[in-house]
Design a binder for this molecule. Structure first.
Ligand code: MN
Length: 213
């Protein structure tokens, strides 16, 4: 068992790795200096299971820019028996790849799942999806904080960051039921499987390889 909220620097510990390795699915989110992975360094990685065990990992500038490795996080992100759940995985798996050399797998993206299952809505942001499926109002006020001051972040700010992963495994389970009901579960799986190719294209600068232009 691990604490319900813990903070690490630069990598998780073995207890935490072994705990999450026994989970079927874990939610993962990252906070960065901005939206361009090769420009903007990784600052935080947040992880949570479906039992509300939150882990926040602070990533130093030195690690993200020079060392570029976090072996235990890598082992967890690449563990084939643990599904990593993201909201907009395209960004997070790209930043984990660029800064830590991690190839995250297997992946479930709640944004893709929401677009495929909740076709009655045009609102697929994390806040809207969590509000509808979990009846919880997410506090996103810390969303565009200066995460670069990693070591000065208060516990309160780190807890805000954790909100982005707290409900995600439950959201995944609900969206999975909807996808199965609507006959789109396999399409969702194939879409998740395509994400690594898409990230490779993103990193090469292709904006829409499939467009006519
Ligand atoms: Mn976040």
């Amino acid at each position: 068992m691990i604490p319900s909220f813990q903070v690490f620097d630069n990598d998780i510990n073995l207890d935490t790795l072994n705990y999450y390795l026994n989970c079927e699915a874990i939610a993962v989110d990252t906070e960065t200096m901005g939206l361009i992975p090769r420009r903007d360094r990784l600052c935080l990685i947040q992880i949570c299971d479906d039992q509300d065990h939150v882990t926040v990992v602070r990533i130093s500038q030195e690690l993200a820019q020079n060392i570029k490795s976090a072996p235990l996080i890598q082992q967890l992100m690449e563990a084939s028996n643990v599904t990593k759940v993201f909201h907009y995985a395209r960004f997070d798996i790209c930043t984990l790849r660029v800064h830590l050399g991690i190839t995250t797998n297997p992946i479930f993206c709640t944004k893709i799942a929401s677009k495929l299952a909740r076709t009655y809505s045009s609102r697929h942001g994390l806040k809207e999806v969590v509000k509808e499926l979990e009846q919880i109002e997410l506090d996103k006020s810390a969303g565009s904080s200066d995460w670069g001051s990693t070591y000065e972040l208060s516990d309160q700010q780190l807890k805000y960051a954790a909100n982005d992963v707290r409900y995600l495994v439950s959201v995944k389970n609900k969206l999975t039921k909807m996808l199965v009901r609507e006959g789109r579960y396999e399409l969702a799986q194939k879409s998740f499987g395509y994400l690594h190719t898409l990230v490779e294209l993103d990193l090469l600068g292709y904006e829409d390889l499939f467009s006519h232009q």
